[in-house]
Structure formats: structure tokens, C-alpha cells
Design a protein around this ligand. Sequence first.
Ligand code: PGA
Length: 267
Amino acid sequence: MGFEIDYLRRKLLNTMRHKIVAGNWKMNKTLEEAMEIAIALQERKEDVPHGVKVIIAPPALYLANIEMMEEPFFYLSAQNCSHHDFGAFTGEISAAMLDGMNIPFCILGHSERRQYFHETDELIASKIDACLRHNVQPIFCCGEVLEERKDKKHFITVLHQIEKALFHLTADQMEKVIVAYEPVWAIGTGVTASNDEAQEMHAFIRKSIGDHFGKEVSDQIHILYGGSVNPANSEALFACPDVDGGLVGGASLKANDFMTIIKSAAH
Ligand code: PGA
């Protein structure tokens, strides 16, 4: 019986648009602290609402340690990977390696990778390709900086990022990509986009994807909001029609807060 429910639940989560809540732990926590969060979440796995997919992106070094986090309640993600499969690239990990470890997701193009590691749209596009070659679903991040929003260039900035990283894909490949809209001015600042700002940009992203790939793709693509999501604002953000959940940084490092955010996705 339990197996059947799990099977149906997994099937449901894989075939239609649903809510996704992803936790990006960035370069935080010792192994011991990371295990504490993972165990606290795992102990509350039954609180994960049906129809909500939870993805945890710990530092890559800990992926094997928190493998006890159980699908279909929790799925694991890397925070970045190389565009190469194997070779002499000291310090890198590849999508082929993630696939070998059954890690189903990888965050790509996060603004911190763009800003501190000088990742270009072209490089991000080839990382997307590497993930898709190896059965790893990319969580592709895009978003404008504050000046661009002030200059009313936020739509064009995001459109360019999407075009350059994703528009070379086939419709089948695009369906595997999760998009995360993360206005850079909202990341780690405590300043969240308003519900209207988030909805407006998400609708724009969905329409842009629809114009290029067709409505069938854009109707089912997941677009997450990221940038200072917390237990107090998540429910209203996730209730916006084009917001399919969130990519959560700081608040995903506290098991209780993260579980409140996960539960708010069910409303
Ligand atoms: P934040 O980070 O929730 O701490 O703002 C979000 C992110 O960078 O993905």
C-alpha cells in the first residue's frame, strides 16, 4: 500500500506542474551541522505536502552523506557543475559524476556564480547541455541587478539570459529545465520582490518561453522565485499564478523555517 502511494505520488510529481521548494545551502555548515538539518527534515518527511517536490542542494562534498534523505519526499541537487564530463580540471565536478551518484538536479547560473566566478551566459548554456546529456535536471537561475531594475531594463536582461542559455534547446530538453527567477537585489538582502513584481516577471518568463518553444512547453515549465524567501512571505509568493515555488537560501538552513516554507507551498 505504502509502495503504491509512493509510486503514484512520484508519478504525479513527474508528469504535471506542481510546486517545488528548493533549498540552496551555498557554502555553509560543517558536516555535523549539515547532518543535523538533514536529519531534522528527514524526521518530518510526512509533513511534506502531497504535490510539493522538495529539493535540497547542500555543498557537493556532503551529497553522499545526506543520501539518506528519502525520495519522493526529498530530492538532492548540486549547486554547480562543470561543462566538461571528465578530465584535468582540478577542483571541478561534472554532470556525469552527478548522474553516477543519482543526483537528479543541479543549480546553474546562480548570480553568485555569475558575479564571483565570472560565469558567462555561454558557459552556463554549455553547463545546461552537460546536465541534459547526463540526465541531470538543471535549475537555471536568472535575474537582474538593482541598477537594471531602476533603469527599467529588468525584462530585457532576463530575456537575454534566457535566450542565451536556453533557446538552443529542443522543446523536449526545455521541459526538463526548471527556471528560477532570482532578482539579484533580493538575494540575501532581506528585501523580497513584491508579489506583483514576482508574478509580473514570472508571467513574462513563461510567455517568452511560450513564444519560442510553444504553449505546451510554457504551460508545464516550473518557474521558481528566489531572493529572501522566508516563512512569513512564502505563502503569498507561492500563491501567485505563475510562481511554482521557491529557491530558498538563508531560510533553508533552519529546518523549522524551511519546513514552514515547504508547507506553505500546499496552500
Ligand atoms: P536567499 O538566497 O534566500 O538567502 O536570499 C536565495 C538564493 O540565492 O538562491
